[in-house]
Design a protein. Sequence first.
Length: 96
Amino acid sequence: MGQRYSKKMLQRLRNDIPVDFVIADLLKQPNKISEGYFRFLCPNCGEFNTAVNPKTNLGRCFSCEKNFNPIDMVMSVKTYSFTQAVEYLMTVARLN
Ligand SMILES: [Zn+2]
């Protein structure tokens, strides 16, 4: 893994793009609001036993116990490599 992307850029992708926006608007991954939480279909195990924490900007699956930041989410839903996911988010967020 080279230093193709600055730490600052990766930090922006992880923190500044709301993960619920990535899930619902970019990836069109099935989602719903229940009990005040934004929940999504886990791309790893296919369960809906999930929630998004806006403070950490992470999606969490309680069934497979996986956390997803925006980059992880794109990698899992679109079966992209890390590099492909970063390029995708940079393009949609117009950060490049
Ligand atoms: Zn899961």
